[in-house]
Structure formats: structure tokens, C-alpha cells
Write a protein that binds this ligand. Structure first.
Ligand code: TXA
Ligand code: MG
Length: 333
């Protein structure tokens, strides 16, 4: 599980943030807190540093990365905003929303961060430490979730350390991630706005600002996915059984609501009161905690599909999906 030597972990005071910016400037990797999940950050203008992200994550493919900016005006230097992007950014930034927009020609952002696409996913996180770090670097920061490829996203510094070990040069410990789910991703490169990944901003809230969103990528089961999005992406080691109404022998239970079935080896409840925000914040940490040897699987109770429940169900479906082949089995490219 752990990746050898322990990484350096610092409380995010001014000195630590300055040190983290130095590490990034030198081409290193820094894991930092955001309101959604921890990010594994690199200087977005430095191809080698960006490449180290893929290496550290053990990503089987070069998925495009989300690039983080201190403010919308900084993102405008790198991508072309249209009226929809302006409205969404004004409504939800800083916050858990990523916008896929056309790259500006001549943008200095690493092409590897775009995985060769003409588009770039950009966001302004709502986290003080993240914003201070990006400001200190004076460059955008490319950051996927700070976990090895295929593992659940890290929502605490200890999860990052456990998953990546010394593959990350420095971890800024900003406490648990309050949202606990990745950002929503909206693709605005076409005529129709497409929700590629449901996440921390609800579909309903975004539609109130820009009108109907088409469901694409992870938002629609079986639909073509965002580039590089693997079906089995949020995968615990144990098999996950969805829509469980009862518990089978040897199973751990990921419960939801006031009245879970009895008989599980261990039960963790996403939200005894049925609160979807609480469920989202607990999801990855509880999947991780239940994923222990000697059990036959994780039974996951049904979670309603409205609000943040859309994203919770998306992540649960991925956790339950058949496992992808290993990196070496995949065709290159
Ligand atoms: O909340 C988050 O978004 C976190 C924090 C760290 O900001 N980051 C995150 O990054 O979840 P990552 O790399 O785990 O997920 C990025 C997703 C990928 O599934 C990728 O396919 C999609 O964003 N993506 C990135 N750039 C894209 C692009 N240009 N076009 C389409 N999809 C893109
Ligand atoms: Mg991820």
C-alpha cells in the first residue's frame, strides 16, 4: 500500500508555503489541499514537472490535467472565455468547478497538461493554502488528485502520504478536504455545454446560471468518457456491490440513511440523516477505511441521484466497475 520512504509533510504556514513554491519552481511535486480533494501539483509551464505527475501517479495514459489559477483573470491569459464561461466563473469561482475551454494559441501551459488537446481544463480553487501557493509560484499549477492511478482520491494529507509516499516531494497538510469530491467539469468548447464529470457544484446550480447542461463523460453511464477517464477509476481493492439492500456473508457495508441493514463485518454510514453533502465529504475516506483484507467485498446502499448524489453515484459506479487492464497491457498512445 505505502510507497517506501515517507514524504515530507508540513503545516501550511508562510514558511512552508514559500518552501513549497521553491520545490515547484525547481520542477518538483507538491501535494496541497483544495476544497475538493488534495492535488498533486506541478508548475504547469514546466513539461518535465508535469510529466513527473503522470509518473508519480502511475497513470496508464496521459489524461489531460486541470490547471489551477489564483483568479479568473489569470486563467484568461491561457484559455478563451465565452459568455457561458464568464457567467459560470462569476457564480462559482473560487470553487469546485473546472471549465474546459479552448487554449489560447501561444499559451505557455505545457501541452502535456492538455494531453495534446486544443483545450485546457482550468479552475480557481476555494482554499487559502492552494491560492497562496499558486500566488507564491506566480505560475499556474497543474494538479490531478493526489493519489496513485486507480485509487480513491485523497481527502487528507495522510491519504496522500499513504498513496504516493516519497513520489511526492512535499505535502502541505491543510486538514481534511471539506467538499470531499472532485470538481464538476463542464466542457464549453462546443455549442452545447456538456457536464463531463459531476462534482462539487451541483448540476442544478449550474443550470440555473447557464441553462441546460448535456450529460457527457461520467455524467451519463455508458457515454463516451472524457479523454482518459477510466471506467474503473475510484477503485478500492475489494469488489463493490451497488444498490445493496442487505448484507452478504463477509461484506463490509457502506450505508446511507437512518436504517441500514445489520450483519456487516463493519458498517460506515455516509450520512445517517441522509444528507448528500455529508455523504460526498465522507465517500472516499469511508471507501478507503472499509477496503481491508479478509472481507468478501463492500456492499454500498443506494444513494439518491439528485444534487451531489449524482457525483456520489458516479464515483460509486466507478468503484464497482470491472478493473481496467494494467498499464503494461494497454496499447501505447
Ligand atoms: O477537484 C478537482 O478537480 C481535483 C483538484 C486537485 O483540483 N483535480 C482532479 O484532477 O480531480 P484529475 O486529474 O484527477 O481529474 C481531471 C479530469 C480527468 O478526468 C480529465 O479527463 C478531465 O479532468 N480533463 C482535464 N482536462 C480536460 C480537457 N481538456 N478535456 C476534457 N477533459 C479534461
Ligand atoms: Mg483523480
Amino acid at each position: 500500500m505505502s510507497a517506501g520512504p515517507a514524504p515530507r509533510v508540513l503545516a501550511p504556514d508562510a514558511a512552508a508555503i514559500a518552501e513549497a513554491a521553491r520545490v515547484l519552481r525547481a520542477g518538483g511535486l507538491v501535494a496541497f489541499p483544495t476544497e475538493t480533494v488534495y492535488g498533486l501539483g506541478a508548475d504547469a509551464l514546466n513539461d518535465r514537472a508535469v510529466a513527473r505527475i503522470f509518473e508519480a501517479k502511475g497513470r496508464p495514459r496521459f489524461n489531460p490535467l486541470i490547471v489551477h489559477f489564483p483568479a479568473a483573470e489569470d486563467a484568461r491569459h491561457c484559455v478563451v472565455f465565452d459568455a457561458r464561461a464568464e457567467r459560470l466563473a462569476a457564480a462559482f469561482w473560487p470553487g469546485p468547478l473546472s471549465l474546459v475551454l479552448p487554449r489560447r494559441s501561444g499559451s505557455a501551459v505545457s501541452l502535456l497538461a492538455s494531453a495534446g488537446l486544443e483545450t485546457l481544463a482550468v479552475r480557481v480553487p476555494r482554499n487559502d493554502v492552494a491560492l497562496k501557493l499558486i500566488a507564491a509560484l506566480e505560475r499556474p499549477v497543474a494538479a490531478p488528485s493526489a493519489n496513485r492511478s486507480g485509487e480513491v482520491s485523497a481527502t487528507a494529507a495522510a491519504h496522500v502520504a499513504q498513496s504516493l509516499g516519497a513520489r511526492v516531494d512535499l505535502i502541505l497538510d491543510g486538514g481534511p478536504s471539506p467538499v470531499g469530491l472532485e470538481s464538476s467539469i463542464v466542457d464549453l468548447t462546443g455549442e452545447r455545454a456538456v457536464l463531463l464529470r459531476p462534482g462539487g457544484v451541483t448540476r442544478e446550480a449550474m443550470e440555473a446560471v447557464v441553462g441546460p447542461l448535456a450529460l457527457g463523460g461520467a455524467g451519463r453511464p455508458g457515454a463516451p468518457r472524457a479523454p482518459g477517464q477510466l471506467a474503473s477509476h475510484y477503485a478500492p481493492r475489494l469488489p463493490v456491490r451497488l444498490n445493496a439492500q442487505s448484507v452478504r456473508p463477509g461484506e463490509a457495508l457502506l450505508a446511507f440513511g437512518p436504517d441500514p441493514p445489520v450483519g456487516a463485518v463493519e458498517t460506515l454510514n455516509l450520512s445517517p440523516t441522509g444528507d448528500l453533502v455529508e455523504a460526498a465529504a465522507n465517500l472516499f475516506a469511508m471507501l478507503r477505511a472499509l477496503d481491508r483484507p479478509g472481507r468478501t467485498g463492500i456492499a454500498a446502499m443506494p444513494v439518491p441521484g439528485h444534487g451531489l448524489g449524482l457525483a456520489v453515484n458516479d464515483r460509486l459506479r466507478r468503484a464497482a466497475a470491472p478493473r481496467e487492464p494494467l498499464a503494461e497491457d494497454l496499447p501505447s498512445g
